[in-house]
Write a protein that binds this ligand. Sequence first.
Ligand code: PBG
Length: 332
Amino acid sequence: MARLDLTARPRRNRKSAAIRDAVRETWLGPEHFIYPLFIHEGGDDIPITSMPGRSRLSPDGLLREAERAVALDLRALVLFPAIDESLKSADGREAHNDEGLIPRTIRALKQRWPELLVITDVALDPYSSDGHDGIVAADGRILNDATVEVLVEQALCHARAGADIISPSDMMDGRVGAIREALDDASFTEVSILAYTAKYASAYYGPFREALDSAPKHGDKKTYQMDPANVREALREVELDEDEGADMVMVKPAGPYLDVIRAVREATPLPLAAYQVSGEYAMLKAACERGWLDERKAVLESLIAIRRAGADVILSYFAPEAATWLREGRPW
Ligand code: PBG
């Protein structure tokens, strides 16, 4: 039997900032963040109650926020639209209107900042009168293949407007392959796909749905989003998305699913993104506003934990704050 080694002193590697900095295994920088932004047609920025500090941005507000992000060295944004009720329909056709809010916004961003990575979400929920990511049949089922046809149109519409990365968040089967094929057929071979590969049916999306007014009108998303109790199933989704041509995969939410991030990291050579979702933002904000947590320390710790688990990039509403704090002094 091995004897207990009483001379082992792991604290020697922690004795000074210089040593700790030298032996650190993971770090964080603005290049690791993708900043999600909510946009709408209105003339004013409208604060989101359950996400203090974040708003639905007007077209001008978006340009101002993008300017701030670029100045902080953030290089990637992902856009989420709040669509007027009058434009929502059962088939979500506004999702592929070339003059819609998203294509117009992509063009405005790329015109001003050609180098900025503009990422778009592909799913029908902001455009669906049912509040679902797919098309709903009369009996309430979410139709897979009919939905994929619309998602393909939506992806092409974003590519035509100049999106760099298309990000399907709908969890329909086969959509990554169908989108890849359609993009290639239309000569958009350089447009990337960041697949929401392991997206769970999570309660932590609550504030997001308030932000976009996009909660399902009936039922829930459990027939397409994954069961929070499963991890092997995530690996099956990874295999499929890889085969179908995804350039990057994603796990979502992030903080409560660090084990899934680790499992996916070990299963694929593809770059891995993790989404610190609206509910994770809201929880941290709520505790920090009450003075129960130190915001800077708790938020940066939540982000380094996601990187340590194996994520390359993190979608986070804290991106500008984190980039600011990391400039002021890097704990990681
Ligand atoms: C929609 C979508 C959702 C999120 C990203 N894209 C909500 C949902 O699936 O219900 C959640 C993001 C967040 O909570 O921050 N397809």
